[in-house]
Design a binder for this molecule. Structure first.
Ligand SMILES: [Zn+2]
Length: 255
């Protein structure tokens, strides 16, 4: 059902979606996973992908010019404007309000995920969704009707999670400095901040990482050294080769 998803990268690039990428990027894949329990698997038209284009293009059917920032839909190999793709009745809901988005998509028989290529990060990133207008209105009503105490609880939970994250990062900094006394504090701070990001799946978020176990934090430090103090980025996956070229300053952390 994800046939629209596998637009060849060069084709997407030709249509201004980006210069180099695979649409199978993990971030996008994750965000486009079919929702469990929905009837989506029976519908080919659910969760289509629409591109917020970076370069001008043209609809292959009506030849309308599509400018940077316009939405484009790929039907097989053909770029289409939303009218020709029969999607122009949908309204755009930018990302940001997750409760509203979740509800609106639930009520919308047809929806499309809008993605834009990030040149700096080299991947497609979700910008929002296109949904049916009545679904958005219904979702907005539901959100308004949500009891004030539930909204307050959600906000309290959010603040609590933020505090837990700050506390975890602070403990990790201490622990990294203890394990690697030669590691400069600002590097320890950067490593802890990076590895402890909630939802990142990084080693700092594993149970071992959150328990500040030596193995987990050592893995985080090694990953940081590999990225910042070796030619890893130039060598791509030739990690073993990169490992031979740790800069002298970073080598002092680990010996
Ligand atoms: Zn068109």
């Amino acid at each position: 059902m994800w046939s629209y998803f596998y637009v060849p990268a060069e084709r997407a690039a030709a249509n201004g979606a980006g210069k180099r990428t695979s649409l199978t990027d993990g971030h996008v894949m994750k965000s486009m996973k079919p929702r469990e329990g929905s009837q989506q698997s029976s519908s080919e038209t659910k969760d289509l992908v629409v591109f917020d284009i970076l370069c001008d293009s043209k609809c292959a059917e009506c030849f309308q010019e599509l400018w940077k920032g316009d939405f484009l839909f790929m039907e097989g190999q053909r770029p289409l404007c939303l009218s020709c793709a029969d999607l122009d009745h949908l309204v755009y809901l930018p990302r940001g309000d997750t409760a509203l988005t979740r509800r609106a998509r639930k009520h919308s028989a047809l929806s499309a995920v809008v993605v834009r290529f990030s040149r700096s990060r080299g991947r497609y990133e979700r910008q929002g969704v296109l949904i049916e207008e009545p679904a958005l209105e219904r979702a907005e009503e539901e959100c308004r009707a949500e009891p004030a105490e539930r909204r307050a609880k959600r906000e309290r939970d959010r603040l609590l999670r933020a505090k837990q994250d700050r506390d975890l990062t602070a403990l990790m900094i201490e622990r990294i400095i203890k394990l690697f006394p030669a590691c400069p504090p600002e590097e320890a701070r950067a490593i802890a901040a990076h590895t402890s990001v909630r939802g990142s799946g990084r080693v700092g978020r594993t149970s071992a990482g959150r328990a500040l176990q030596e193995d987990a934090l050592t893995a985080a430090v090694i990953a940081a050294i590999r990225h910042k103090h070796t030619p890893y980025d130039r060598l791509g996956c030739a990690v073993t080769a990169a490992g031979m070229h740790v800069t002298p300053s970073a080598r002092r952390w680990i010996v």
